[in-house]
Design a protein around this ligand. Structure first.
Ligand code: MD6
Ligand code: FE
Length: 218
């Protein structure tokens, strides 16, 4: 095979981007190369702010375990959903956002048409088999002109991507290790969720899917 043929056989960066809807893009395997380093940095974050199962305002224990890093963290308890600059478990500030996290998020956003994305929060979600996320809108942030960047690591999941009302029947999108979804513009307030995680084992995360969602909350 000559060099030109070899290059043509590789997926081009352009080919790896697929629009999900106006304003939303799926960047397949965008973070795959950096995933081991992301997971290593994540371990330091989790040493200071371990995963916990938060309570919904209605008093249900979430099946997804969560933590945060960055200036603000997303929390839920009997008092409601909100961003807080302290971890309620330790009353200390959330761990700093690793620079690699911020850089992957900013690059994915720029690639999707959102330049200068500067997240102040990274919500960390851990799913084990059976864990799910009910359809919801992300609307606790102050400025909806900023997108959300979502990085999937470990086991694959079916992401449910609905419409601007709860009634619209969601698209089902398989998100695999290293896939990144960038979400903003006209669909910034779309309903979305995650179907119950299937059993599996991933070489880097074992029986878990990890999702990092980056937000500009303040
Ligand atoms: C998850 N993600 O993938 C949950 N929200 O585990 C979200 O709730 C989400 O991926 C807004 C934008 C992208 C997301
Ligand atoms: Fe969400």
């Amino acid at each position: 095979m000559i060099a030109g043929d070899l290059l043509a056989a590789l997926p081009s960066p352009e080919a790896a981007i697929s629009p999900l809807a106006e304003g939303a893009a799926l960047l397949r395997a965008f973070a795959a190369e950096e995933a081991p380093a992301l997971l290593e940095a994540l371990n330091s974050v989790l040493a200071a702010a371990p995963f916990r199962h938060m309570l919904t305002p209605g008093g249900h224990r979430m099946s997804v375990a969560m933590s945060n890093c960055g200036r603000l963290g997303w929390v839920t308890d009997r008092r409601g959903y909100r961003y807080d600059d302290r971890d309620p478990e330790t009353e200390r500030p959330w761990p700093a956002m690793p620079s690699l996290f911020a850089s992957v998020a900013a690059r994915a956003a720029a690639r999707s048409g959102y330049p200068a994305f500067a997240p102040d929060c990274c919500l960390i979600n851990r799913y084990h088999p059976g864990a799910r996320m009910a359809l919801h809108q992300d609307r606790d942030e102050r400025d909806f002109s900023q997108p959300i960047v979502s990085v999937s690591l470990g086991l694959p999941a079916i992401f449910l991507f609905g419409g601007l009302t709860r009634e619209a029947r969601p698209l089902r999108v398989r998100l695999a290790h290293g896939d990144v979804v960038v979400w903003g513009g006209r669909v910034r307030l779309a309903f979305h969720g995650v179907a119950p995680l299937a059993n599996g084992l991933h070489p880097l995360t074992g029986s878990a899917r990890i999702n990092l969602t980056f937000r500009k909350a303040a």
